[in-house]
Design a protein around this ligand. Sequence first.
Ligand code: FAD
Length: 394
Amino acid sequence: NGKNGTINGYKNESLNIAVVGGGLVGSLAALHMGKRGHNVTVYEYREDIRTAELVIGRSINLALSVRGRTALREVGLEDKMLKHGIPMYGRMIHNIDGTRNVIPYDRNSNQAIYSVGRKYLNEILITATEKYPNINLKFNKKMSGGKVEKGEVHFVDTSTQQEETANADLIIGCDGAFSSVRREFLKKNAFNYQQIYIEHGYLELCIPPAKDGEFLMPANYLHIWPRGKFMMIALPNQDRTWTVTLFMPFENFDSIKSSDELLKFFETFFPDSIPLIGEERLVKDFFKIPAQHLMAVKCRPYHISSKCVLIGDAGHAVVPFYGQGMNAGFEDCTILSRLFNKYGSDLEKILNEYSETRWEDAHAVCDLAMYNYIEMRDLVNKKSFLFRKAVDDL
Ligand code: FAD
């Protein structure tokens, strides 16, 4: 292996790789490829997240689980993330009468998922790429088109409007749910594509720390207020705040037009959360930005020729109820890396096998995430006979 530039008899050469999108998955993909010695350039639409203001409307924290941890471990970043993350050992259910009960994730070995900050995670990943002289970061570069089947991508610099073309051996499309790379796939034959917007949206609220600077609720749980047709959840942050996310049909969001209506709604459905969030903050945050849409994408195949592949949300955007969108995108990096181990730099073999073997799991995560919304907002609180009836009624 590795002798004369081969792996398992396949050529193993250094490739020029263009990573489109420097979000969570793009920056991790760059690390995985950079670690292998390839020349990687990351083209990111936004400015450098390390110096940018926090973007409102995007989930502030995420649940990191085993899939994601494995991919982070492979680039030496798992421990750092776990040190920052807050373990959540189960769900803490908030009942309408103010009582709470715990449902552990694992009764035997105390496994946990970790609440991690999106910005922190992205920053650590981007900073880690700087250790590799063969990884080059380019910010404010928006992909505008290209001939991806030939390894060609066009970018526009969002500050100077200057155009730039990259010619790469491999383009890795990691530009998220509304992927521009994927748009090029849609122009080709035999590309299967499905996009679904669900009728529910989400809005983020915040529970501040207590007066003594500590958490206002038990920290090591994912808190859920299941209310049948809708729900609210809360994940802990390092600064002792909670990011609270309300998921609800848009018609319910639209029916709340004034602060009185909002407070009445919360008094009816989430009474114990009002003193935690605080009336003033609740009203301010609720009306700050409109509820955001949630979308799922399934597509297949994930590659074109031996030049371009889609990973992360660009290949499989999922609704967030299974907490696996980022984790599945991180796992894409692990799988691609293993295929490079198997086939050296033979991109035809690598991309074919990636597409063939990845879609079933990715589509399954998409379906499980849709199902888990019903589990979290409704079934989590039901006795087994009611649970069965609710599933039958689906
Ligand atoms: P993104 O994070 O969308 O990054 C794409 C990047 O590409 C961005 O930086 C963007 O600026 C850039 N880009 C876009 N267009 C272009 C272009 N034309 N040219 C160049 N660059 C471009 N997942 C979990 O695993 N656990 C959770 O708990 C969880 N919670 C979530 C909660 C909510 C409310 C939501 C909405 C999602 C949640 N997710 C969760 C899903 C997770 O956010 C996504 O799966 C993850 O962000 C996907 O990463 P990505 O890098 O593929 O895409």
